[in-house]
Design a protein around this ligand. Structure first.
Ligand code: DQA
Length: 143
């Protein structure tokens, strides 16, 4: 089972950035450990601050991975191009957020990508990524 984790802008700064919202732990470290500890899945990690690079990665992995865990950061709220990329590929995509976007500023309640995704998992801190992987495994097991 191959799962691609794709992170968008500013997620490279989780651990330093607004710790009251995103916590003190480095996301990169957390995901490295997650990739090593989850022997049930083969995980690839990608992060970019650039919209086109995120689209390139969705296209690159989106026909061979069994699922994509995507935290598009602020592009979640703006990017029709990322929504189109999700629709273009065959892998199911789970939209993920560390914070509870529904209880923050009104603009964060809007997701341009959610209708292209199979699920949205938000507000569980870094554990949101683990839950998204479990969701993809559930899709496979339930057909
Ligand atoms: C985020 C929420 C977004 O609104 C924000 O722009 C981010 C991080 C999250 O993981 O909680 O960069 O996607």
């Amino acid at each position: 089972m191959k799962i691609a984790i794709i992170n968008g802008p500013n997620l490279n700064l989780v651990g330093i950035r607004e710790p009251e919202i995103y916590g003190n732990r480095s996301l990169a470290d957390y995901l490295q450990e997650l990739a090593q500890s989850r022997s049930d899945v083969e995980i690839t990690l990608f992060q970019s601050n650039h919209e086109g690079d995120i689209i390139d990665e969705i296209q690159r992995v989106g026909f061979s991975a069994d699922g994509i865990v995507l935290n598009a950061g602020a592009y979640t709220h703006t990017s029709i191009a990322i929504a189109d990329a999700i629709r273009a590929v065959t892998a199911p995509v789970v939209e993920v957020h560390i914070s509870d976007v529904q209880s923050r500023e009104p603009f964060r309640r809007i997701s341009m990508i959610k209708d292209a995704c199979v699920a949205v998992i938000a507000g569980h801190g870094l554990r949101s990524y683990n839950l998204a992987i479990d969701h993809i495994l559930g899709l496979k097991h339930n057909g």
